[in-house]
Design a protein around this ligand. Structure first.
Ligand SMILES: [Zn+2]
Length: 106
């Protein structure tokens, strides 16, 4: 009844197995997702160079659309302001998500 009995190799753990006995390693949860997990086709991902002055963008969280022709009264963005010219701290006025979450329409 030694508490330090060597585990039997190649066999199932004994009844009331020592919690230190690791048992089979659980399937590794893919901790590192592929880099392309973030964003997808249509997401501009903060690359404002791909935006055109007239580009409308849609929030992928709440589907709110930024239309440059309308601007954004909530952020006091004047009509005619391209998405690329929005202030860096601008966020979706509807759900407060990051501007990088917006997707180009059209
Ligand atoms: Zn939103």
């Amino acid at each position: 009844m030694s508490p330090h009995a060597a585990p039997l190799r190649g066999s199932l753990p004994p009844e009331g197995a020592d919690p230190a006995w690791g048992g089979p390693a659980p399937d590794r949860v893919s901790a590192d997702r592929p880099k392309d997990f973030e964003g997808f086709e249509g997401s501009y991902l903060g690359n404002r160079e791909v935006l055109r002055p007239g580009s409308r963008l849609e929030c992928k969280i709440c589907w709110w659309v930024y239309d440059p022709a309308l601007g954004d009264p909530q952020w006091q963005i004047a009509p005619g302001t391209p998405f690329a010219d929005l202030p860096a701290h601008w966020r979706c006025p509807n759900c407060d998500c990051d501007a990088e979450q917006f997707l180009m329409l059209e």
